[in-house]
Design a protein around this ligand. Structure first.
Ligand SMILES: Cc1ncc(COP(=O)(O)O)c(C=O)c1O
Length: 293
Protein backbone atom coordinates (compact mmCIF):
# COMPACT_ATOMS: atom_id res chain seq x y z
CA UNK A 1 0.00 0.00 0.00
CA UNK A 2 1.92 3.05 -1.23
CA UNK A 3 -0.97 4.66 -3.03
CA UNK A 4 -0.89 8.15 -1.58
CA UNK A 5 1.67 10.83 -2.20
CA UNK A 6 1.96 14.13 -0.37
CA UNK A 7 2.45 16.77 -3.07
CA UNK A 8 2.57 20.47 -2.23
CA UNK A 9 0.33 20.36 0.80
CA UNK A 10 -2.12 17.67 -0.29
CA UNK A 11 -2.34 13.90 -0.10
CA UNK A 12 -3.29 12.68 -3.55
CA UNK A 13 -3.41 9.42 -5.49
CA UNK A 14 -0.02 8.37 -6.71
CA UNK A 15 -1.29 8.11 -10.31
CA UNK A 16 -2.23 11.79 -10.14
CA UNK A 17 1.07 13.00 -8.72
CA UNK A 18 2.76 14.95 -11.53
CA UNK A 19 5.58 17.47 -11.40
CA UNK A 20 6.02 20.50 -13.61
CA UNK A 21 8.61 19.90 -16.37
CA UNK A 22 10.32 23.16 -15.35
CA UNK A 23 10.76 22.19 -11.73
CA UNK A 24 14.23 23.35 -10.61
CA UNK A 25 14.84 20.00 -8.95
CA UNK A 26 14.41 18.26 -12.30
CA UNK A 27 16.15 20.93 -14.38
CA UNK A 28 19.16 21.63 -12.16
CA UNK A 29 19.15 19.31 -9.15
CA UNK A 30 18.24 22.45 -7.19
CA UNK A 31 16.79 21.07 -3.99
CA UNK A 32 17.36 18.78 -1.03
CA UNK A 33 16.02 15.46 0.13
CA UNK A 34 15.79 12.96 2.96
CA UNK A 35 15.43 9.20 3.14
CA UNK A 36 13.72 8.03 6.33
CA UNK A 37 12.78 4.57 7.62
CA UNK A 38 9.59 3.31 9.23
CA UNK A 39 9.92 0.44 11.69
CA UNK A 40 6.68 -1.07 13.03
CA UNK A 41 4.71 2.09 12.20
CA UNK A 42 7.30 4.24 13.99
CA UNK A 43 9.18 6.86 11.98
CA UNK A 44 12.79 6.49 13.03
CA UNK A 45 14.32 9.78 14.20
CA UNK A 46 11.84 11.83 12.18
CA UNK A 47 12.61 15.11 13.95
CA UNK A 48 16.32 14.71 13.26
CA UNK A 49 15.67 14.06 9.56
CA UNK A 50 13.42 17.10 9.24
CA UNK A 51 15.98 19.21 11.13
CA UNK A 52 18.69 18.12 8.66
CA UNK A 53 16.38 18.82 5.72
CA UNK A 54 15.76 22.32 7.07
CA UNK A 55 19.51 22.91 7.44
CA UNK A 56 19.99 21.78 3.81
CA UNK A 57 17.22 24.15 2.67
CA UNK A 58 18.66 27.00 4.69
CA UNK A 59 22.09 26.51 3.11
CA UNK A 60 20.53 26.47 -0.36
CA UNK A 61 18.46 29.57 0.53
CA UNK A 62 15.26 27.73 -0.36
CA UNK A 63 12.32 29.19 1.46
CA UNK A 64 11.06 26.83 4.10
CA UNK A 65 7.63 25.59 3.10
CA UNK A 66 6.15 25.29 6.63
CA UNK A 67 7.25 24.86 10.23
CA UNK A 68 9.33 21.75 11.00
CA UNK A 69 6.49 20.54 13.25
CA UNK A 70 3.96 20.77 10.41
CA UNK A 71 6.43 19.06 8.10
CA UNK A 72 6.75 16.17 10.58
CA UNK A 73 2.94 16.00 10.72
CA UNK A 74 2.78 15.75 6.92
CA UNK A 75 5.24 12.84 6.96
CA UNK A 76 3.23 11.11 9.69
CA UNK A 77 0.04 11.67 7.72
CA UNK A 78 1.54 10.17 4.54
CA UNK A 79 2.78 7.07 6.37
CA UNK A 80 -0.60 6.65 8.06
CA UNK A 81 -2.49 7.10 4.77
CA UNK A 82 -0.37 4.37 3.17
CA UNK A 83 -0.53 2.17 6.27
CA UNK A 84 3.19 1.55 6.13
CA UNK A 85 4.23 -1.05 8.70
CA UNK A 86 7.90 -0.95 7.80
CA UNK A 87 9.40 0.79 4.81
CA UNK A 88 11.15 3.79 3.41
CA UNK A 89 10.02 7.40 3.07
CA UNK A 90 11.43 9.68 0.42
CA UNK A 91 11.12 13.41 1.04
CA UNK A 92 12.14 15.78 -1.76
CA UNK A 93 11.99 19.56 -1.74
CA UNK A 94 13.03 21.67 -4.71
CA UNK A 95 13.27 25.43 -5.14
CA UNK A 96 10.07 25.29 -7.21
CA UNK A 97 9.12 25.92 -10.80
CA UNK A 98 11.10 28.25 -13.04
CA UNK A 99 12.92 28.07 -16.35
CA UNK A 100 16.43 29.50 -16.26
CA UNK A 101 18.81 28.92 -13.44
CA UNK A 102 18.58 32.35 -11.82
CA UNK A 103 16.46 32.04 -8.64
CA UNK A 104 15.82 35.81 -8.85
CA UNK A 105 13.01 35.03 -11.29
CA UNK A 106 11.41 32.60 -8.83
CA UNK A 107 10.67 34.91 -5.95
CA UNK A 108 6.99 33.99 -5.91
CA UNK A 109 7.46 30.32 -6.75
CA UNK A 110 6.76 28.13 -3.72
CA UNK A 111 9.10 25.18 -3.15
CA UNK A 112 7.92 21.84 -4.52
CA UNK A 113 7.43 19.22 -1.78
CA UNK A 114 6.99 15.50 -2.34
CA UNK A 115 6.64 12.86 0.37
CA UNK A 116 6.23 9.27 -0.79
CA UNK A 117 6.61 5.82 0.73
CA UNK A 118 8.18 2.66 -0.68
CA UNK A 119 9.54 -0.74 0.23
CA UNK A 120 13.32 -0.83 0.05
CA UNK A 121 16.04 -3.33 0.77
CA UNK A 122 19.43 -2.11 -0.32
CA UNK A 123 21.59 -5.21 -0.08
CA UNK A 124 20.78 -8.94 -0.08
CA UNK A 125 20.57 -10.62 3.34
CA UNK A 126 23.82 -12.54 2.64
CA UNK A 127 25.78 -9.27 2.62
CA UNK A 128 24.51 -8.43 6.12
CA UNK A 129 25.54 -11.88 7.33
CA UNK A 130 28.91 -12.10 5.59
CA UNK A 131 29.84 -8.45 5.14
CA UNK A 132 30.40 -6.22 2.15
CA UNK A 133 33.26 -6.21 -0.30
CA UNK A 134 34.08 -2.59 -1.04
CA UNK A 135 36.37 -0.72 -3.42
CA UNK A 136 37.76 2.80 -3.33
CA UNK A 137 36.24 4.89 -6.10
CA UNK A 138 38.28 7.24 -8.25
CA UNK A 139 35.35 9.69 -8.06
CA UNK A 140 35.94 12.11 -5.16
CA UNK A 141 33.64 13.91 -2.76
CA UNK A 142 33.55 17.58 -3.82
CA UNK A 143 35.10 20.18 -1.53
CA UNK A 144 32.75 22.38 0.49
CA UNK A 145 33.68 25.41 -1.66
CA UNK A 146 32.05 23.64 -4.65
CA UNK A 147 29.12 21.62 -3.31
CA UNK A 148 29.13 21.29 0.46
CA UNK A 149 28.74 17.54 1.17
CA UNK A 150 26.95 18.41 4.42
CA UNK A 151 23.99 19.54 2.33
CA UNK A 152 21.88 16.56 1.29
CA UNK A 153 21.27 18.25 -2.03
CA UNK A 154 19.70 16.61 -5.06
CA UNK A 155 22.46 17.76 -7.42
CA UNK A 156 25.47 16.41 -5.56
CA UNK A 157 24.41 12.81 -6.09
CA UNK A 158 25.62 12.55 -9.69
CA UNK A 159 29.02 12.11 -8.08
CA UNK A 160 27.86 9.35 -5.77
CA UNK A 161 26.11 7.63 -8.66
CA UNK A 162 29.39 7.69 -10.63
CA UNK A 163 31.19 6.12 -7.65
CA UNK A 164 28.48 3.49 -7.25
CA UNK A 165 28.86 2.59 -10.94
CA UNK A 166 32.57 2.04 -10.33
CA UNK A 167 31.64 -0.49 -7.64
CA UNK A 168 29.09 -2.14 -9.93
CA UNK A 169 31.64 -2.48 -12.73
CA UNK A 170 33.86 -4.70 -10.60
CA UNK A 171 31.06 -6.50 -8.75
CA UNK A 172 31.74 -4.80 -5.39
CA UNK A 173 28.92 -4.07 -2.96
CA UNK A 174 29.89 -0.47 -2.29
CA UNK A 175 32.47 2.22 -3.01
CA UNK A 176 34.36 4.37 -0.55
CA UNK A 177 34.89 7.95 -1.62
CA UNK A 178 37.91 10.08 -0.75
CA UNK A 179 37.92 13.85 -0.43
CA UNK A 180 40.18 16.05 -2.57
CA UNK A 181 43.00 15.67 0.00
CA UNK A 182 42.84 11.89 -0.31
CA UNK A 183 41.29 11.24 3.11
CA UNK A 184 38.35 8.87 3.39
CA UNK A 185 35.02 10.71 3.52
CA UNK A 186 32.25 8.08 3.33
CA UNK A 187 30.61 5.56 1.00
CA UNK A 188 28.17 6.51 -1.78
CA UNK A 189 25.13 6.55 0.52
CA UNK A 190 26.54 5.56 3.90
CA UNK A 191 28.95 6.73 6.57
CA UNK A 192 32.03 4.73 7.51
CA UNK A 193 33.10 3.44 10.91
CA UNK A 194 36.32 1.61 11.82
CA UNK A 195 37.29 -0.25 14.96
CA UNK A 196 40.93 0.52 15.77
CA UNK A 197 42.51 -0.58 19.07
CA UNK A 198 39.03 -1.31 20.40
CA UNK A 199 37.86 2.27 19.64
CA UNK A 200 35.34 3.43 17.10
CA UNK A 201 36.49 5.98 14.52
CA UNK A 202 34.51 7.83 11.90
CA UNK A 203 35.49 10.66 9.54
CA UNK A 204 34.34 14.14 10.65
CA UNK A 205 31.93 16.10 8.47
CA UNK A 206 34.78 18.52 7.73
CA UNK A 207 36.36 15.67 5.70
CA UNK A 208 33.30 15.28 3.46
CA UNK A 209 31.05 12.98 5.51
CA UNK A 210 27.33 13.65 5.56
CA UNK A 211 26.09 14.21 9.13
CA UNK A 212 24.26 10.89 9.01
CA UNK A 213 21.30 10.21 11.26
CA UNK A 214 22.33 6.53 11.47
CA UNK A 215 25.91 7.67 12.18
CA UNK A 216 24.64 9.73 15.13
CA UNK A 217 22.58 6.73 16.29
CA UNK A 218 25.65 4.45 16.12
CA UNK A 219 27.58 7.00 18.18
CA UNK A 220 24.77 6.98 20.78
CA UNK A 221 24.82 3.17 20.78
CA UNK A 222 28.59 3.16 21.29
CA UNK A 223 28.18 5.54 24.21
CA UNK A 224 25.51 3.29 25.72
CA UNK A 225 27.75 0.22 25.33
CA UNK A 226 30.81 1.99 26.74
CA UNK A 227 32.72 1.79 23.45
CA UNK A 228 34.90 4.89 22.97
CA UNK A 229 34.10 6.70 19.74
CA UNK A 230 35.87 9.60 18.05
CA UNK A 231 35.71 11.56 14.83
CA UNK A 232 39.05 11.20 13.17
CA UNK A 233 40.79 11.88 9.85
CA UNK A 234 41.03 8.47 8.20
CA UNK A 235 43.33 7.22 5.45
CA UNK A 236 43.02 4.09 3.34
CA UNK A 237 45.86 2.62 5.41
CA UNK A 238 43.65 2.99 8.51
CA UNK A 239 40.85 1.15 6.72
CA UNK A 240 43.04 -1.69 5.45
CA UNK A 241 44.57 -2.21 8.91
CA UNK A 242 41.39 -1.76 11.00
CA UNK A 243 40.21 -4.57 13.26
CA UNK A 244 36.65 -4.12 12.01
CA UNK A 245 34.76 -1.82 9.68
CA UNK A 246 31.12 -1.13 8.90
CA UNK A 247 28.89 1.29 7.05
CA UNK A 248 25.83 3.10 8.36
CA UNK A 249 22.91 4.71 6.56
CA UNK A 250 19.14 4.90 6.60
CA UNK A 251 18.74 2.66 3.57
CA UNK A 252 21.60 0.26 4.40
CA UNK A 253 21.12 0.43 8.21
CA UNK A 254 24.36 -0.94 9.73
CA UNK A 255 26.29 -3.35 7.51
CA UNK A 256 29.70 -4.93 8.08
CA UNK A 257 32.50 -4.21 5.58
CA UNK A 258 34.95 -7.10 5.40
CA UNK A 259 37.06 -6.33 2.37
CA UNK A 260 38.45 -3.17 0.81
CA UNK A 261 40.38 -3.03 -2.46
CA UNK A 262 41.17 -6.74 -2.20
CA UNK A 263 42.50 -6.46 1.40
CA UNK A 264 40.70 -8.47 4.07
CA UNK A 265 39.67 -6.32 7.02
CA UNK A 266 40.27 -7.94 10.40
CA UNK A 267 39.23 -11.56 10.23
CA UNK A 268 37.18 -11.06 7.09
CA UNK A 269 33.86 -11.50 8.85
CA UNK A 270 31.53 -9.26 10.89
CA UNK A 271 33.39 -8.47 14.11
CA UNK A 272 32.33 -8.50 17.76
CA UNK A 273 32.00 -4.71 18.09
CA UNK A 274 30.09 -4.48 14.83
CA UNK A 275 27.63 -7.15 15.87
CA UNK A 276 27.05 -5.56 19.29
CA UNK A 277 26.41 -2.20 17.66
CA UNK A 278 24.06 -3.71 15.07
CA UNK A 279 22.06 -5.31 17.88
CA UNK A 280 21.88 -2.05 19.84
CA UNK A 281 20.96 -0.13 16.67
CA UNK A 282 18.01 -2.46 16.03
CA UNK A 283 16.83 -1.94 19.61
CA UNK A 284 16.75 1.82 18.99
CA UNK A 285 14.60 1.38 15.91
CA UNK A 286 11.90 0.02 18.23
CA UNK A 287 11.80 3.17 20.37
CA UNK A 288 13.23 6.25 18.60
CA UNK A 289 10.65 8.32 16.78
CA UNK A 290 6.91 8.98 16.69
CA UNK A 291 4.29 6.33 15.90
CA UNK A 292 2.44 7.20 12.69
CA UNK A 293 -0.67 5.06 13.00
C1 LIG B 1 26.22 10.48 0.94
C2 LIG B 1 25.57 9.90 2.12
N1 LIG B 1 26.30 9.63 3.21
C3 LIG B 1 25.76 9.09 4.32
C4 LIG B 1 24.43 8.78 4.39
C5 LIG B 1 23.85 8.21 5.62
O1 LIG B 1 23.03 9.15 6.26
P1 LIG B 1 21.74 8.71 7.08
O2 LIG B 1 22.22 7.79 8.14
O3 LIG B 1 21.20 9.97 7.61
O4 LIG B 1 20.83 8.04 6.14
C6 LIG B 1 23.62 9.03 3.27
C7 LIG B 1 22.19 8.73 3.27
O5 LIG B 1 21.39 9.54 3.59
C8 LIG B 1 24.20 9.62 2.12
O6 LIG B 1 23.47 9.88 1.04
Amino acid sequence: MNRHVFLNGKLINREEAFLNIYDHGFLYGDGAFEGVRVYNRRIFRLEEHVARLYRSLKSLAIEKPMSPESFCDSVLETVAANQVESGYIRISVSRGVGLGLDPKHMKDAPPTIVISTEQLSLYPASMYQNGLEVITASTRVPPAVCIDPQIKSLGRYINNIAAKMEANRVGAGEALMLNMQGYVAEATGDNLFLVVDGKLKTPPTSQGALPGITRATVMDCANELGIPCEESVITLYDCYCAEEAFLSGTAAEVIPMVQLDGRTIGEGKPGVFTNRLIEEFHKRTETDGPVAW
